[in-house]
Design a protein around this ligand. Structure first.
Ligand SMILES: [Zn+2]
Ligand SMILES: [Zn+2]
Length: 250
């Protein structure tokens, strides 16, 4: 069994709100220096830079899961996580068909940069990524499940685009494997301040837009860094486990 630290919420320079330092080799180096062995790349509504980060991590101890931070019709942010790039790319096709055809306004939102594994500029993503899909949260959940991925609502406690703010509750009909709390919320008081979270496995995300946001406070005991093992870990089942480390210990 492996014991490793994971950060499930990492943006690259493809997200217009991310700093320019969020380049594949920098992300990999920073994660390794901090003792993080598993990250998910979760740019807004796009999977375009995942492969570059995976290539940058090749040959290291860092596993890079393909993901996306999707904005649903309800303006809720959810992390969609997969095992394989191909699954994420199929999901991208679904997302593309559900996004409004709007151009990014770099002066207002920021640049959306596609880069390679050494961080060299490849192209601008001209489509506006910071916008809502026409898919509802339950449609997102259903379609990601069909593709073999999982949906973890992001920063559920945050006023902007958090599930609890946007919906006011956790939809009981959707069996989310875990909910992500923001780094501002102390895990010990999460269910006291937000009783709706009780009974759900919680992870904490750095929502990394800067290198220093790479926190990796989720300690996992799993056999392999795969989606099926993550599901078991969130349930603390079959000898797998997941817990949030206090910031002072990482
Ligand atoms: Zn978000
Ligand atoms: Zn984010």
């Amino acid at each position: 069994m492996l014991t490793l630290r994971a950060e499930f919420h990492v943006h690259t320079v493809l997200s217009p709100c991310a700093e320019l330092e969020m380049l594949p080799p920098m992300i990999v180096m920073e994660a390794l220096e901090r003792g993080i062995q598993l990250i998910a790349i979760t740019d807004h509504n796009s999977t375009g830079n995942i492969q570059a980060v995976q290539k940058a991590a090749a040959g290291t101890n860092l596993t890079v899961l393909p993901g996306m931070e999707m904005q649903t019709r309800e303006e809720v942010h959810v992390l969609c996580l997969f095992d394989h790039l191909e699954q994420a790319q199929r999901w991208q096709e679904v997302v593309n068909a559900s996004l409004p055809v709007l151009e990014n306004r770099p002066n207002f939102f920021g640049d959306q940069l596609l880069v390679d594994e050494i961080g060299e500029f490849v192209a601008y993503e001209s489509r506006l990524l910071l916008t809502s899909s026409s898919l509802s949260i339950d449609e997102v959940w259903r379609q990601v499940e069909i593709l073999g991925g999982i949906v973890v609502p992001a920063h559920v406690d945050r006023p902007a685009n958090g599930l609890l703010t946007m919906l006011g509750f956790v939809p009981p009909e959707i069996p989310f494997p875990a909910l992500e709390i923001s780094r501002q919320l102390k895990p010990a008081v999460a269910t006291v301040l937000h009783p709706q979270l009780a009974g759900y496995p919680l992870v904490q995300g750095g929502d990394a837009h800067r290198l220093e946001d790479l926190r990796g406070v989720n300690q996992l005991k799993i056999e392999t860094p795969t989606i099926s093992e993550l599901k078991l870990a969130f349930q603390n089942s079959s000898g797998r486990s997941s817990r949030i480390l206090s910031s002072s210990t990482v």
